[in-house]
Every structure is written in C-alpha cells, then in structure tokens.
Design a protein around this ligand. Structure first.
Ligand code: FA5
Length: 362
C-alpha cells in the first residue's frame, strides 16, 4: 500500500463511521480488537520504510478522530447496547391456554348441566369412611385392594365399633373418627352429596375431581381425574343409566358413537357394569390395517364403571332404599378425553409431561 492509498482508506473509514445507522455498535465495530481500525493499522509493515513514520502519524491521528466521533455519537444516541429503536414492531408475549384436561372437564360439566346435573366438588384428601366404608367396603374388605391407595399419615382415631351393614352410619367419622386417604375415586362424593342434600332426593350430581392411585403406565397415572354421576330418586332404573350414557356419548364424541355396558363387580353398585365406547382409532373394528389396534385391542375402550346404587350406600347416606333407587357412574377424564376423534393420544402420561411441544397442539 502507498501513503496516498492509506490516506484514501482513512477518509473512507471516517466517512463510513459518520454514516452508520443508529443501532450499530460502532465502538466494537471500529475500535474493538478485531475492529476496522486495527485492520487498517496492520498495513503499516507493508509500506515502504521511508513512508512508515508519516503513516504511523496518520494512523495515530485517525485513532484519536475515531474515538472522538464514537464518544460524541454515544452521547447523542447512547451507547449502542442501550439503544432502543422505538419504531421496531414489538415482540408478542407468549400466551398460554387452558390445559386440555381442564378443557375436557369444562365440556363434561356443560354436557351434564344441560340435563339438570349439579357440578360439585369434594375433598381430595378424605376420610376412609367416604372413600371406602360408606361404599359398602368395611375395614379389611378384600375389594379395597383394587384401589392401590395412598394413605395419609395421620393418627387413626377410630374407636372400635362393630360394623353393622344395616346401620353403616354407626361408623360415620363425625361420630368415631377414622383414617384418611388420597381419594382413589370420585365415588367419595356419593355419600357426601346425600348428606349435603339432607338425605332428601332428587339427587343429580356430577362430581369432577383429582384421584390418586399407585399406578403408572401408558393408560394410568398416579394423579388423574374422574367424573362421577349420581342420580337418586323414586323409580330410577338401569334404563335411565343407559339413556344417560348414550346421551353423553353422543354429546362428547359425536352422533355416531356407540356405548355398551358389560356386567362387572363393584361393592357399591348392584348390578354393576363396565362402560365402553367405540374406539375412534380403529373405528370400532379392533384392527389397524392387518394389525390389532394397539390402543383398544378390541374395537372398544373401557372408560369407567357404573351401576345401580347399592342399598347399603343409600343407607349410609341416610336414604331409605325401599323408597328410593339410584344409578352412579365414574369414569376417567383422561381416558374419556383421549378417545376424542382425531386426538390419537396413546400415552396419557404425555398430558402431564409439561412438554410445550405436546401441549401447544390443543
Ligand atoms: C372406579 O373408580 C369406580 N369408582 C367407578 C364407579 C363409580 C363404578 C360409580 C360404579 C359406580 P375403576 O377403578 O374402574 O372404577 O376406575 C374408573 C375409571 O377411572 C377407569 O376405567 C379409568 O378410566 C380411570 N382410571 C382408573 N385408574 C386410573 C389411573 N391410574 N390413571 C388414569 N385413569 C384411571
């Protein structure tokens, strides 16, 4: 490089700095370690020896000039890192939405409220009495094992009172105390609802709550939700139960959905049933192509239990089983929801994974 070329380069550099847009970090760009000034200074050794002294002076002068310009600029527009372009479009804040299971619970509530059910909420840490004993499961009854219960570590204040199937209220916790558990099912709301209404039907309850069991796989989580229906009145029959199931199936899954009930056993209903809805992945055929449908295996998906309220449960709630009958059902919200057409969620644990990529789809 010659001296005159260096002079031109210096002029260009000064002009370039003056023309920089307000947002540019000129201190780093021009005066930084790898900045434009240092790049220019590196040409010094390539100049003829007799020109180097003059060139050195020129380079020192331009350094002073650049520093003054950068300083001046920082005073007027602020240091570039603090500079804000108020004309830039704003950044949209991330907006969340209601969790899919909360959406499902709202929809379930709407469907049942439309036909006169009342949404209620009962404790999730409850007396053994409401969760088991009032539901015709006396202490040490083997049926309790199915519920894989989390027990709460509080002193058991139960006084020994002999179990009397004809008068189960003899053991009511307000009279004798008892153990506490995390609710394994929403059926704890059955006797509570009878009490809330002073044992005076008609009762049309929909109880939606969290439940807890020591279970974990693709179709079970330790915390899940159930919705429990309870209807008690004079002359209630299985027909009313089946009519309610069909109504819910149509409303929640769409007009083409079928429901069926299969004989089963629960201590608190007699007769008892398991309730199935046709699978939307294999459209009720049990097959996907040549293979068995992995999700349902049979064309049907079990969502919960149901039955006619056992006379002992009515008695525990202070209702005369000679005068009144009732039906009850309890289904998993997660399972019921994942059967929705088009969802195809084959592992309910995803719902609680906290993975935004999954949740943002709903
Ligand atoms: C019951 O819990 C009975 N209380 C249902 C009932 C109510 C019967 C009223 C009769 C009258 P079961 O244990 O089968 O029954 O559970 C019902 C449904 O809850 C299951 O079909 C399933 O959909 C759901 N469920 C049960 N355990 C889990 C779990 N760990 N994770 C997710 N969903 C579950």
């Amino acid at each position: 490089m010659t001296i005159s070329e260096l002079q031109t380069a210096i002029q260009d550099l000064v002009q370039q700095l003056t023309a920089e847009a307000p947002g540019v970090d000129v201190r780093t760009k021009y005066l930084g370690k790898k900045g434009l000034f240092n790049q220019l200074a590196r040409v010094l050794p390539s100049l003829a020896p007799e020109d180097r002294k003059t060139a050195g002076q020129l380079i020192n002068e331009v350094r002073t000039q650049l520093e003054a310009t950068v300083l001046e600029r920082e005073k007027t527009v602020g240091a570039s890192t603090n500079w804000v372009d108020v004309t830039m479009p704003g950044k949209k804040p991330a907006v969340g939405h209601v969790h899919p299971i909360s959406q499902a619970m709202a929809e379930i509530t709407r469907i049942f409220e439309k036909v006169g059910f009342t949404r209620v909420r009962y404790p999730e840490v409850d007396w053994d009495w409401y969760v088991f004993e009032s539901l015709n499961m006396p202490p040490d009854h083997p049926a309790r094992d199915e519920w894989e219960t989390f027990f709460v570590d509080v002193p058991d204040t139960t006084k020994p009172v002999e179990y009397d199937a004809n008068n189960p209220r003899k053991r009511h916790p307000s009279l004798v105390g008892g153990k506490m558990v995390l609710t394994t099912h929403t059926s704890n709301g059955q006797v509570r609802e009878m009490e809330r209404l002073n044992s005076t039907p008609p009762i049309r309850m929909i109880n939606i709550a969290r439940c807890y069991r020591r279970q974990q796989d693709a179709t079970h989580t330790q915390m899940f939700h159930q919705f429990e229906g309870l209807v008690v009145d004079k002359g209630i029959t299985i027909q009313h139960l089946k009519g309610t199931l069909d109504y819910f199936a149509r409303e929640f899954y769409g007009p083409g959905t079928k429901s069926r009930i299969r004989p089963f056993h629960f201590q608190f209903t007699e007769p008892s049933f398991e309730v199935d809805f046709s699978c939307h992945i294999c459209m009720g055929t049990g097959k996907v192509g040549e293979n068995k449908c992995k999700f349902c295996k049979s064309g049907w998906h079990e969502v919960g239990g149901a039955g006619m309220v056992h006379p002992n449960v009515l008695k525990a709630g202070g209702i005369d089983p000679e005068e009144y009958t009732g039906f009850a059902f309890g289904w998993g919200v997660e399972r019921t929801y994942t059967l929705k057409p088009g969802l195809h969620i084959d592992d309910i644990r995803l719902l609680y994974s906290g993975d935004m990529r999954f949740l943002e789809q709903f």
